[in-house]
Design a protein around this ligand. Sequence first.
Ligand code: BGC
Length: 738
Amino acid sequence: MERSKLKSLLAELTLDEKIGQLVQLSGEFYNASDISLGPQRKLGITQRTVDLSGSVLNVVGAENIRAVQKDHLQKSKHAIPLLFMADIVYGYRTIYPIPIGMGSSWNPELIQKAYKSTAEEAYAGGVHVTFAPMVDLVRDPRWGRTLESTGEDPYLNSQFAKAMVNGFQFGLNEGKGIASCVKHFAAYGAAEAGREYNSADMSLVNLYQNYLPAYKAAVKAGAKMVMTSLSTLNGVPSTADRWLIQDVLRKQWGFEGVVISDYASVFELIQHGFAKDAVDAAGKALQAGVDIDMKSPCYAQGLQPLLEDGKLSIDKIDDAVWRVLTLKNNLGLFENPYRGASSELEKTTILTESKRKVARQVSRESLVLLKNDNDILPLNIKDNKSVALIGPYSSEKELLGLWAVHGDRQATVTFEDGIREYLGEKLNVAKGTDIIRDVAFFDQSGMIPGLAKKVISSDEIESDNFKSALATANEADIIIFTCGEHTMQSGEAGSRTKLRLPENQMRLFNALVQTNKPIITVVVSGRPLILSEVAEKSQALIQAWFPGTEGGHALADIIFGKTNPSGRLSMSMPFNEGQLPMSYNYLSTGRPERTSQHVGRFVSRYIDAPTKPLYSFGYGLSYGKVRYHDLQCVNNIQKSGFLEVSIKIDNVGKYDRDEVVQVYIHDIEASIVQPIRRLIDFKKVHIRTGESRAVNFLIDKNKLGFYDQQGNFRVEPGRFKLFVGKSSEDTLEENFVL
Ligand code: BGC
């Protein structure tokens, strides 16, 4: 529709029609069998609000969407189509590894491809907007939503944010793809003590330097929407934070798209003690710049009285409605309200071989080999050693993680399926124990009371499982032990203080250790767990995250060496919970542990645990051996605008491999104390066995800068250290002066 026509449409709308465009309700309000009065009454939503509302939450599937849209258009006087928004977070039906796993790929190009594939599936399923990517930086794995983040580093997160938005929105202007809504603005991942929905409190320097870059990268990549967070930042709920939305997002970053609240977060302004009632909450959120109120009655009930009382100008409402209509128009909905929704297209797009192929590749690159004593991996089928696959995740289809809400669980390739493709009948499998046997945990996780008892095996079955696992282990030469968190232990509202494997799994593991057979441990989890004991007692350790639909294939490809592992952690793996929160890029202290002039006690460290994590940011093993040498750094900033960095890498092992070459700096003299090192560039390069190659980086001067206490960016002259290598700890170094 032409802009002028859209303007006329806006002018024709009555006040309640306008307000309707700013209200988002969930599917239950549109599904005839579900329009029970329960939720409507609870929210105080009337049928008129439902008929006028502008968008729908989490209704997916071509047929579903076509039906709801058709019905809505028949009722809508101006035939304004609904926007269908859904949480397509890391896959639609084909599920990829969870984002903390994708972070380990250090391969934004591949991730862009994955998100483009996802968008193709979701497009066929009728979705218009996805509530993703979640780009919240996280330094505390106690937070359950670590699962949805690509990790602890602002630079790496920004590269992924951009890739994900570009993937989702590929071809958007030509009527393809889906629009991306980046979330949760801002600093939701800094929830104090890792407790879900808790407050974030931080300096402007920290906010600008670490937490804001990934949202900014998503906005600059063209994300059409931004979602506010459920939490407060420095005492102000993000959903009513004028400074964040208007100054930072709109003025500083030039964002012109739609801002939406998180689920009920406008209403929750009352609970925060920031608004006195629903009307007040509506005013505070809209004035701050929130256009759409997701799943709360505030805008529907509060905007009209505010206008009548002269507390709100119609211009404010018009601006918000204009942004919503513009998005609908840009997606071509006025011409084709059904857009991609097509059952035929679903059949030829969803879970196809080519989609699975991308998922398998992402999954391979997300697995991180953390330990490989005596090069026990890769396993050689020709050795004819007998392998036992033991543990509760061995034949488990639930490898998708909590936010794969639209994923097809039946389509999962299990670890057993994948390994059997290599070993056939030679593979012996035993579950050994349940994932978790704690009834109280299931009850607290919101499971229907009583259901836990059905999920957990009886004591008798458990004891039989345990015995048969030990018998299977005793007959084998090598044990692959699969273990990990239950799906319900991570994801939204999955904060935990104990990040260990469930006790019953540890009991089984320790019994397996007693057999003295080599153990290859595979960990499934939504966050870095505390693996100190497991690592010590295993010969090899693979962090598998929730690896997605193709997880079983990917694991087998790694175990048998079809793929050389290349995953590198995008988040530190702590030694114990007491170290949290932690990140590799902490600020220099006056008493650094190793280089302080003080000795003994009075340096910055713990007296009962290492200062360092068990495995550091950027760490991960591959098969074979490489040598890094000849680091060179030429400061050509005056002439070419770049710092020119090169390093040579020799592959001296017997396997081709991918290296993630990482570049860090430390600004030694700065007006704001700087991190001991921080990532400024990286490349994932393929090096064949016997090959020796140079890897070059052109570092833009701006990558050397930082933010001051007013949020201004500056690049200061002075001395720097440059580190290039395999991880945040294993590097060569050089000095340079700017
Ligand atoms: C989550 C969001 C999500 C929204 C809609 C909220 O509970 O915080 O991430 O997009 O629900 O499902």
